[in-house]
Write a protein that binds this ligand. Structure first.
Ligand SMILES: [Zn+2]
Length: 671
């Protein structure tokens, strides 16, 4: 199935690709987040955004058809790192799952084979706390910033690549200083130095689409492509520097994406809900100077194949995997299509919508939902013609294969369910928590995400309206969502946020309390209820909700922070401090918690400690008006009025209606 390569053929000076052909070579794995295959020039895009990827594709092996297994960052990278489907590695969603390290990883296997290993990631969703640091000597997850939406906390490509270059440059190149392609001795490793494995993860194409200049102007009408162009250019500069330093002379470079982006197709704006080709199809490129001949491979490739392929090429011991080495098909061997499993369970796990699972094989794609879908991707690449009803036999074959795969799965995945003690306490308050996961086949057409995607768009529209200052539209949109789908927990949470933002705290409490009593409560909703009760002055009820939540999951920083604020409100200083400190042990960059701790110290007249905590808050996140205001108060107490005024001005620049800061500034300003 080799298209145009000259692998092993006449006229090529490149030796045939045998197992262990790259023994002792370095490995550089590049994952570009949210990069749709069809936005890469080498995969047919005319946007001109990817000259670096196109060059490596032209010089290396390009897999024409490569698929991800989950259109979500953490689970998809877990399939890359373990060579296992989510069914086997246990990671199905961002944030609420952690890789438990029980299976071999690419980094771990290369480390065992003598490699130095390092990772440089660009997004909080890949923070070490989620487990992908397994096997890495160094796991650089320094991601600045803070936001309520953890998925948008990121660092730009250049800030990921600079430390990666420094680490690689500090690792001397294995073997001879002037390697030549023809030298038969070249693969004989010297005793030292050790080869390296580096993984760099560039998050830029993920939303929000805000490329820096000149890409913002160049792609003003298509900022998603602008982000791709920025990531590609940054990667190009990084690879050029590595080449100039001879760090790529004996390095296998693997470039892939974790998933694509829907860009409005099938009614989906970004990714994660569906598993159409816009989000499932990814680029996959293998490159090694002088060792891998240029070519394009038509045989299907999968992200679970990356680990077995690398391990095979560098001659490390093989491990059991859901993938297979792509070396034989890259060399032109014919092989049966093993099929590619996929799933998109975020909406099932967070909203109790029907679970989406499916299988790709031989150009056919089955999406197993209450309203099942079957597509012939060769004839219908946009997945517009559902053949399920017309071609039951072909569908049945894929269904039985999918059932066999699922048979190996444990029970329905569930993200951190409440423990029985917490549940009992909350039930005693009249709240019905987290409906038990339903068996997959009990879902009906009404639970199919195709029927519900419109609600997703309405949630988006409400968020946009609120961001634009139109709370009335946000409110009516959310009320309409709840009317259509009363069990959509997140809609109550969002509506309560709107009500609180417009000063209607009593209404927010009533809404959340009613939803929780009606059984529409999850951890996030109960946390919101606790915070709303606190702000409404019902501190006792707030603690009754928040304490069991915090007790049963000591790692839930958001609940601990809300609990700390509630203790502070109740005047229970020591317990408040304890709760905030617990958050900061596991999340030392939680700027809002530093702010809350600083405010607590201020209230307790512990000014030096307040100054220290608030200064930390604004260093991590300079956009916190309350922290600047508090810092001003602390400076004023210490008699440093110039610095105090500076902080209050910063607070007012961020939030002109911050009355405290205005009043503070007026007190020290000459009339
Ligand atoms: Zn991603």
């Amino acid at each position: 199935m080799l298209c145009c390569a000259c692998r092993g053929g006449s006229g090529s000076s490149t030796p045939p690709l045998v197992a262990g052909a790259l023994r002792g070579d370095n490995v550089l794995l590049v994952t570009i987040d949210t990069l749709r295959a069809d936005h890469v020039g080498a995969y047919g895009s005319a946007r001109g955004a990817t000259p670096t990827l196109d060059r490596f594709a032209a010089e290396g092996l390009r897999f024409e058809v490569a698929h991800a297994h989950v259109p979500m960052t953490l689970p998809s990278h877990t399939t890359i790192m373990t060579g296992l489907y989510p069914i086997a590695n246990g990671v199905h969603d961002n944030g609420s799952f952690r890789y438990d390290g029980s299976k071999p990883t690419l980094a771990g296997e290369l480390k065992r084979a003598g490699y130095r290993t390092a990772a440089f990631v660009g997004a909080f969703v890949l923070d070490a706390r989620f487990g992908l640091n397994a096997g890495f000597d160094l796991y650089d997850d320094r991601v600045q910033g803070s936001s309520a939406n953890l998925e948008i906390v990121q660092r730009p490509a250049e800030a990921v690549l600079a430390p990666a270059f420094a680490w690689i440059a500090a690792n001397p190149e294995p073997k001879n200083p002037e390697p030549t392609n023809e030298n038969p001795e070249r693969r004989t490793p010297n005793a030292e130095p050790r080869p390296w494995f580096a993984w760099v993860h560039l998050y830029d194409p993920h939303e929000p689409y805000a490329p820096p200049e000149p890409y913002a102007s160049r792609y003003a009408q298509d900022p998603y492509s602008g982000e791709i162009a920025y990531a590609d250019a940054s990667l190009g500069a990084f690879l050029d520097r590595l080449r100039a330093a001879h760090a790529l002379d004996r390095t296998l470079v693997v470039i892939a994406s974790d998933h694509g982006e829907s860009l409005g197709e099938h009614g989906e704006r970004t990714h994660g809900l569906f598993a159409y080709e816009s989000t499932l199809r990814v680029p996959l490129i293998l490159w090694a100077a002088g060792s891998i001949a240029p070519g394009a491979v038509a045989a299907p490739a999968r992200l679970v194949d990356i680990m077995p392929t690398i391990v095979d090429l560098v001659g490390a011991p093989g491990v059991s995997s859901d993938g297979r080495s792509l070396r034989p098909v890259a060399g032109g061997e014919r092989a049966e299509d093993p099929g590619s499993y996929f799933e998109a369970l975020n909406a099932n796990l967070t909203r109790n919508w029907a679970p989406l699972k499916g299988l790709l094989r031989g150009g056919l794609k089955l999406v197993d939902l209450p309203l099942p879908e079957l597509y012939d991707l060769n004839a219908d690449p946009t997945e517009s013609h559902n053949l399920y009803a017309a071609q039951r036999d072909r569908a049945r074959d894929l269904e039985s294969r999918l059932d066999r795969l699922n048979a190996g799965a444990s029970a329905a995945p569930s993200a951190a369910p409440l423990d029985s003690d917490a549940e009992a306490r909350l039930r005693s308050l009249g709240y019905v928590v987290g409906a038990a996961p339903r068996p997959a086949r009990s879902f009906t057409a009404a639970d199919d995400p195709k029927r519900l995607v419109q609600l997703d768009a309405m949630l988006d529209a409400a968020a946009t309206a609120l961001a634009n200052g139109d709370a009335a539209t946000a409110e009516s949109t959310l009320r309409s969502v709840i009317a259509q789908r009363p069990d959509l927990t997140i809609a109550y949470d969002r509506l309560a946020f709107v009500l609180r933002a417009t000063g209607r705290i009593g209404e927010a409490v009533a809404l959340l309390d009613g939803a929780a009593r009606a059984g529409h409560a999850d951890r996030a909703l109960l946390r919101s209820l606790g915070a709303a009760l606190r702000d409404a002055g019902e501190v006792g009820r707030a603690l009754a909700v928040l304490e069991p939540l915090a007790r049963e999951n000591a790692a839930d920083g958001q609940t601990l922070d809300a609990l700390g604020q509630t203790y502070a409100r109740a005047g229970r200083f020591r317990e408040a401090e304890d709760a905030f400190r617990k958050v900061l042990v596991s999340s030392p960059n939680a700027s809002t918690t530093w702010n809350n701790l600083g405010s607590l110290y201020l209230a307790a007249n512990r000014t030096d400690e307040a100054l220290n905590a608030l200064a930390k808050a604004v260093v991590i996140n300079p956009d916190l008006p309350g922290a600047h205001n508090g810092l001003g108060v602390a400076y004023a107490r210490k008699g440093q009025f110039d610095r105090a005024a500076e902080e209050w001005k910063k607070a007012l620049a961020l939030r002109p209606d911050l009355a405290d800061a205005r009043a503070n500034l007026a007190k020290i300003s000459p009339r």
